[in-house]
Design a protein around this ligand. Structure first.
Ligand code: PHE
Length: 359
């Protein structure tokens, strides 16, 4: 039996929406658990639960490796395939989510994720204060996706430095798979850098962006396996399977999509093939770093932006450690997370000589 290592899972049928509302609190070892609210279609509610379990653990890693004093959690509202969200149903879902979060008394705070927006966070904020990224005029730090995209670009420059000896992405062939709110921004930033782009999305309407940026276009499977320098998964998770690894033709993979690997062993298969994979939780931390720096730690916008850029240094450190030791970047990131979580645990168990609890 695999071990259950989440602190708490709360699943309830939303009294207004009738939908399963699931909040997974993976860890509060470093502080309040944070993680977005995903409002998405699933074949079964159990699939939604699996997503919540994995995504919340990913948030623990994301916060720990980015140096944030927060733990990981996630909210998933599992909608049946084909369900149309009317405005009143959406309102019901958000109120159900808000009450569920409020019942956790601050152990967990949410933010936007796939299927939710800053405006939705303002609705949740009517019933609980444990919410990030409300629009600026409603007291929050607004959309997190520009910052996730900027952090991704910093990570890609660090990958460029490691693979090609220079962070300059001019002329690098980059495939961006998934053109949602983060993916589109990453594509635009890469176009500004002079990268040669291959774009892809399950939605054919996104082809217009490709035309606008002078990029090539292909379907997601072709783009993932294209002969390029770097592949950037920027949509939903689970795209890197054991089966796809032998078909990959890129030098490196680094993107903000959460939970890219179907199993942790895929990181080893990528390593065996000499493909650098930077863990998604490192690449995609910019949004949460920005929101928490501004809203929780009362940092200035400049502090937040410099912390987002520093994700590039984190990637460089992980890739340097990986190269020096022969371990995968995933293992190097895991060790860094374990170090931070271990330090937090020993701070808690060591009584302070003054009797004042160590913080
Ligand atoms: N969707 C964000 C992520 O996966 C979640 C988030 C953003 C949470 C900003 C809080 C604040 O990192």
């Amino acid at each position: 039996m695999s071990t259950f290592d989440h602190e708490q899972i709360l699943i309830r049928t939303g009294p207004r929406s009738g939908l399963p509302v699931m909040v997974a609190v993976h860890s509060t070892a470093l502080g309040q658990a944070v993680g977005g609210c995903r409002l998405w279609h699933y074949a079964t509610w159990q699939d939604g639960l699996t997503d919540a379990l994995r995504l919340s653990a990913g948030m623990t890693a994301k916060c720990a490796v980015a140096g944030l004093d927060n733990g990981g959690g996630k909210t998933v509202v599992a909608m049946p395939e084909g369900l149309e969200l009317t405005p009143s149903l959406r309102r019901g879902v958000l109120d159900d989510v808000a009450d569920t979060i409020a019942s956790l008394d601050g152990r967990y705070a949410t933010g936007p994720d796939v299927g939710t927006t800053p405006a939705d966070m303002a609705v949740i904020g009517e019933r609980t204060s444990h919410v990030f990224c409300r629009p600026a005029h409603q007291g929050g730090s607004g959309d997190s996706s520009p910052h996730t995209a900027i952090g991704t670009l910093a990570a890609l420059r660090a990958v460029g430095r490691s693979v090609h000896g220079t962070p300059d992405l001019t002329g690098r062939r980059v495939a961006v798979v998934g053109l949602g709110s983060v993916g589109e921004r990453v594509a635009r930033l890469l176009a500004d850098e002079g990268a040669v782009l291959l774009l892809s999305d399950i939605d054919p309407a996104k082809r217009a962006l490709s035309a606008e940026l002078g990029a090539s276009w292909d379907d997601p499977d072709q783009a993932l396996t294209a002969d390029v320098d770097i592949v950037v998964p920027a949509a939903l998770g689970g795209v890197l399977t054991e089966q796809i690894v032998p078909r990959l033709r890129c030098a490196a993979i680094a993107g903000p999509a959460n939970n890219q690997l179907t199993t942790p062993a895929v990181a080893d298969r990528l390593h065996d093939r000499g493909i650098i994979w930077v863990p998604d939780h490192v690449v995609g931390a910019g949004g949460v770093v920005h929101a928490l720096t501004v809203e929780l730690h009362r940092g200035t916008t400049e502090d937040a932006i410099s912390r987002v850029h520093a994700l590039g240094d984190t990637v460089t450190d992980l890739l340097t450690t990986a190269e020096r030791t022969g371990m995968t970047p995933a293992r190097a990131a895991h060790d860094l997370m374990a170090l931070r979580l271990g330090a937090a645990a020993s701070r808690r168990s060591t009584p302070s000589p003054t009797g004042i609890p160590a913080t």
